[in-house]
Ligand binder design. Structure first.
Ligand code: HAM
Length: 421
């Protein structure tokens, strides 16, 4: 029997975790600046929160992890963040206390997909949801924040693609137009698209099948079927984005992989060599039915999510480093019993004064401890030698300049603080 990680998952080892922490800190700061507040919802939900009648996407129907708990309840591991946030928004009646609620979240999600580069079965997303307004300025803020997320990181080869599906009337106008156009071509469509033609024709626009793609070349597009009001909303959005010089491209075929969207949809793509087909770093859009579906009032929302693994891949591909090495100010070298006891006490006192310190716990010889200290990038080594200890002293040595001095143990914390301030 071998013990391995579950297929499609990965470990973040200590050498890698600083860049995750740096990305998370960056998100918290940036989203805080835009007045989004963090919400943390459970990783598992009752299945009906995820498996809603209106949601027929592959992600929900084919890719979720579903199981029963010991009391025979149907539970699902969340495949995305939005549904749980809306469930919590309704359950906690947050709408009653605020007319525009702005949330951000960071956490793991689960999809039973075929693993490949940038595609996992457990993956991390961060995202936002803004609930309570249909105004195009909220769409503009959300897309601006998605754009800022990548541009402030320094990613150059990323682009925002937008489209509008319009309101329910626009969507059903379009559905009919697309069906009418594709009906005579049905026999040429891929088997998947043939199935979708009746039930969910919009999803055909997403098909990767080259024959489907070709058949779609002259197909009607959602933007051409917007009601007057939906068109106005879209035009206001692009006007606002242009006023901030946010670069975007209209992608007339963009429909996204979930069924809850209406009006604005958007994606952030990275054109990065060797990145494979999974090049959407993030995506989102408006949803106007979700709050009601989960038992709340009629409240609209808009949001997005980014995949953190893909974003970190993209940063690496563009040579952008986020992380700082974890800092180590001092490494305490000791030689066994008495010196170890003294070093152990000093270690505690140094740490209490916010000095990042470590010591040797395993009685290695001097040379090896010195090597360890260098490997850990310690700025100073503090040597607790037997002879010095008798005089109540230690030697402090700068690992870079090699300068060293002997000081009284009781002065050590103040002395180190002086160095490091
Ligand atoms: P999504 O497009 O399904 O949207 O996922 C958003 C991002 O999560 C993707 O662009 C991708 O970077 C990442 N992602 C998705 N699946 C995987 C996977 N298997 N492995 C690694 N990364 C993955 C949503 O999830 C919506 N909830 C976004 C949203 C928020 N719409 C409105 N509000």
């Amino acid at each position: 029997m071998s013990f391995t990680k579950v297929k499609g998952t990965y470990d973040v080892l200590p050498a890698e975790s600083p860049k995750w922490q740096a990305l998370e800190n960056y998100i918290r700061n940036l989203y805080g600046l835009y007045q989004y507040k963090e919400i943390r919802t459970p990783m598992m939900e009752y299945s009906q929160v995820i498996h809603r009648e209106s949601e027929d996407s592959d992600m929900v129907t084919k890719e979720t992890y579903n199981f029963k708990d010991k009391s025979d309840r149907d539970l699902t591991l969340r495949p995305e963040g939005t549904a749980g946030v809306i469930r919590s928004y309704v359950e906690n009646k947050i709408y009653a206390t605020s007319n525009l609620s702005k949330f951000y979240y960071i956490g793991p999600n689960f999809r039973y997909e075929r693993p490949q580069k940038g595609r996992f079965r457990q993956f991390m997303q961060f995202g936002i949801e803004a609930l309570g307004s249909t105004d195009a300025s909220v769409d503009a803020e959300v897309i601006t924040l998605a754009y800022e997320t990548i541009s402030k990181l320094g990613l150059k080869n990323a682009v925002v693609k937008i489209n509008s599906l319009g309101d329910q009337a626009s969507k059903s106008n379009y559905r009919e137009a697309l069906k009418a156009y594709l009906a005579p071509l049905k026999h040429k469509l891929s088997p998947d698209s043939q199935l979708r033609l009746e039930k969910n024709p919009l999803r055909i626009l997403d098909s990767k099948d080259p024959v489907d793609q070709e058949l779609l070349l002259n197909a009607p597009m959602p933007l051409e079927h917007l009601t007057e009001e939906s068109m106005k909303h879209y035009q206001m959005l692009v006007e606002l984005l242009s006023s901030l010089h946010i670069p975007y491209e209209l992608d007339k075929k963009l429909v996204r992989g979930l069924d809850y969207y209406s009006h604005t949809v958007f994606e952030i793509h990275a054109t990065i060599d060797g990145f494979g087909a999974q090049n959407a770093l993030g995506g989102g859009g408006r949803y106007h039915e979700l709050v009601k579906e989960m038992g709340g009032p009629e409240i609209p929302g808009i949001g997005f999510a980014f995949g953190m693994e893909r974003l970190l891949n993209a940063l690496e591909a563009e040579g952008i480093t986020l992380s700082q090495e974890q800092r180590l100010d001092a490494y305490l070298i000791n030689f066994g019993n008495e010196t170890k006891k003294e070093a152990f006490k000093s270690l505690y006192e140094l740490r209490n004064s916010c000095i990042h310190a470590e010591m040797d716990f395993s009685n290695k010889n001097f040379k090896t401890q010195l090597k360890d200290a260098i490997k850990l990038n310690a700025k100073y080594v503090i040597i607790f030698g037997d002879d010095e200890l008798k005089l109540g002293q230690v030697t402090v040595k700068n690992t870079e300049t090699q300068e060293q001095s002997t000081i009284a143990i009781k002065e050590l914390v103040a002395y180190m603080k002086g160095f490091l301030s």
